[in-house]
Design a protein around this ligand. Structure first.
Ligand SMILES: [Zn+2]
Length: 274
């Protein structure tokens, strides 16, 4: 006996979307299923926080992504949609910083440690936990002014060129730091560049990071709630002075945390309120 499997694929529409390097793009989709296929990864479609019949895909655009046109495809059972993503260049400031020379040219004996810490961090960031802990908009981890924006093109001690992968808040040591949203603590450790470091898994590919801390008030495996005091700020790691560095990772990519928080805020606003 022969079985014929007939698969009906409907091309829903051809969409156009715009994005910027270092920012995130949140697509709203007709159903909460499937994946969005990008040039280098498959991004799981999540349920819309206010309308469980709709889907969202949070697509991080790498800081180094060139101006280009990319083709994305949403693939779900019985449905397929092609989306053209136009990536534009965002404008970021430049910064010149002076830090301890050992944090620019590390001594040979710490190179292995640095590589291990980097590998460990990216293994965490690339892990997708299929549970939503972020059931509300994110909040800032400290009530303070920002001293350095995400994306600044940085030169350390006239030699090392890099970019700022998060946002810095003014924080005299020791200031209590709060969790930006509910989640599970997946790292609480002293690290070479980021100093006292906490990473929280908010589920569905979202992680928040808190660097240069002087004390941990939580440990790995703890469930934390939004606003909970998790640590005290400090001046550990590669720094020019005491502050809090705060970052958000989206599917393994460090994107502008304030931009993402604003877009997530928007998801929680009903159409009536808009
Ligand atoms: Zn920073």
């Amino acid at each position: 006996m022969r079985f014929w499997i007939v698969c009906f694929i409907s091309i829903v529409a051809l969409w156009g979307a715009e994005g910027y390097n270092g920012k995130s793009l949140i697509l709203t989709l007709p159903s909460p299923s499937g994946v969005v296929v990008t040039a280098d990864k498959n991004i799981s479609v999540l349920s819309h926080p206010l309308d469980k019949m709709k889907g969202i895909a949070i697509i991080p655009i790498d800081y180094y992504a060139p101006e280009s046109e990319q083709n994305l495809t949403w693939i779900a059972p019985g449905q397929e949609m092609n989306i053209t993503l136009d990536i534009h260049s965002a404008t970021y400031p430049t910064e010149v910083l002076s830090v301890d020379p050992s944090k620019v040219t590390p001594p040979p004996e710490v190179l292995e440690r640095i590589e291990l810490e980097r590998t460990q961090a990216y293994a965490i960031y690339n892990h997708f936990t299929p549970i939503r802990y972020w059931n509300k908009p994110f909040i800032r981890p400290i009530d303070s002014i920002t001293t350095s924006a995400y994306g600044s093109a940085r030169t350390y001690n006239d030699t090392l060129k890099s970019y700022h992968g998060g946002i810095d808040f003014r924080a005299l040591t020791p200031t209590p730091i709060q969790a930006a949203n509910d989640g599970i603590v997946v790292l609480a450790q002293e690290r070479y560049y980021s100093g006292g470091t906490i990473i929280i898994d908010h589920g569905e590919g979202l992680y928040s990071c808190y660097f240069h801390l002087s004390r941990f008030d939580v440990k790995v495996g703890d469930y934390v709630t939004q606003g909970q005091a998790i640590a005290l700020s400090g001046a550990s790691g590669r720094i020019t002075g005491p502050h809090l560095h705060f970052g958000i990772m989206v599917h393994g990519v460090q994107t502008d945390p304030l931009d993402l928080m604003e877009q997530i805020d928007h998801l929680f606003v009903t159409q009536k309120e808009q």
